[in-house]
Design a protein around this ligand. Structure first.
Ligand code: TXA
Ligand code: MG
Length: 303
């Protein structure tokens, strides 16, 4: 299917992707159409290893090469100067292409079989919550794609961290499944530039994104008072349990940020489907994966 320009939903360790041949503009156009994604929002290409990445980019700046060597395969996407064989549609005309080596074994096996990279955005309608299980993909795009490769639930659960090298500095464009602390351990202090306007360098940076259909409100950590809970509202907390009659999910009762990230999008979908008018979500500690989770919650809350 991929050889003939068709799309396949694929598992990665972060979220499920909607994949097509990145070198085939018709396949890439099909990705944008299926997701109803604006064409100014560029795609990530997925390759099996660093060697394959080199064939699609002009060069890899030293600090980003260090990161690739430390964290590929893994939830790290690098913005690198593209070679001309990458179609304009993939990069939305930008000079850099986003590249990553995912760590999901099934996806890696697939990438090794192919002689082209896979362009793959998250396999959800544009702006909605990303899918972390095959059923999430089927629920929303099942009718539009011929095949979903079942790789089980995603182990990381939030999208990759996007990193570039701008004027001598390592810059984080999207907080994600590789914690900033892990990046700084390899390249020293980094800059974070994840806010943006309507025509952003990385539209995952769009303020309203990753959003459920119901209104979502975020509150500071520990800001939920049991006596104020309301049965019209579903609650997403980090560890806290609310009275039993309240519809609620705990991201991690024992306070584990890795577990919280794994569960985040599935729980948001469940609460979005619950018989309530809105969702209230408690923010997590602002370190490690907590930063990426809080970023998604804040964007989901932005209207
Ligand atoms: O974990 C992930 O990264 C998942 C899995 C499937 O790999 N993919 C993913 O793709 O999250 P998507 O399309 O939902 O988000 C890609 C982000 C967008 O915010 C896009 O703007 C940014 O990457 N991006 C892609 N190419 C870019 C470029 N050349 N310059 C700046 N940002 C870019
Ligand atoms: Mg996405």
């Amino acid at each position: 299917m991929l050889w003939s320009g068709q799309l396949v939903a694929v598992p990665t360790e972060t979220v499920y992707g909607l994949a097509g041949n990145a070198l085939d503009p018709a396949a890439v156009a099909r990705i944008f159409a299926t997701k109803q994604r604006p064409s100014f929002d560029p795609l990530i290409i997925h390759v099996p290893d660093l060697g394959a990445a080199r064939s699609y980019v002009e060069d890899i700046p030293g600090p980003l090469l260090k990161l690739a060597k430390a964290y590929w395969p893994g939830p790290l996407t690098l913005l690198l100067p593209r070679r001309k064989l990458i179609p304009d549609l993939v990069t939305a005309g930008l000079n850099r292409v986003a590249v990553r080596v995912p760590s999901h074994p099934l996806m890696l096996e697939l990438l090794k079989e192919l002689d082209f990279p896979l362009a793959a955005p998250s396999a959800n309608p544009f702006g909605y919550i990303s899918p972390t299980q095959p059923s999430h993909v089927l629920d929303q795009l099942g009718g539009d794609i011929p095949l979903v490769l079942d790789g089980g639930p995603c182990k990381v659960g939030v999208e990759s961290t996007i990193v570039a090298y701008d004027e001598g500095e390592v810059v984080i464009y999207r907080k994600g499944g590789l914690a900033i602390e892990q990046i700084e351990a390899v390249v020293g202090a980094v800059k974070v530039r994840t806010h943006s306007s309507s025509n952003p360098a990385a539209p995952g940076m769009l303020k309203s994104h990753y959003a459920p259909r119901k209104p979502l409100i975020v509150v500071e950590q520990g800001g939920l008072l049991t006596e104020n809970t309301n049965t019209d509202i579903a609650y997403l907390t980090f560890q806290q349990r609310l009275p039993e009659h309240i519809i609620q999910r705990q991201l991690s009762p024992l306070g584990d940020l890795t577990e919280a990230a794994q569960r985040l999008f599935a729980y948001l979908r469940e609460l979005d489907a619950a018989p309530v008018k809105s969702i209230v979500a408690e923010l997590l500690p602002e370190h490690g994966l907590g930063r990426a989770i809080n970023d998604r919650l804040r964007r989901a809350a932005a209207q």
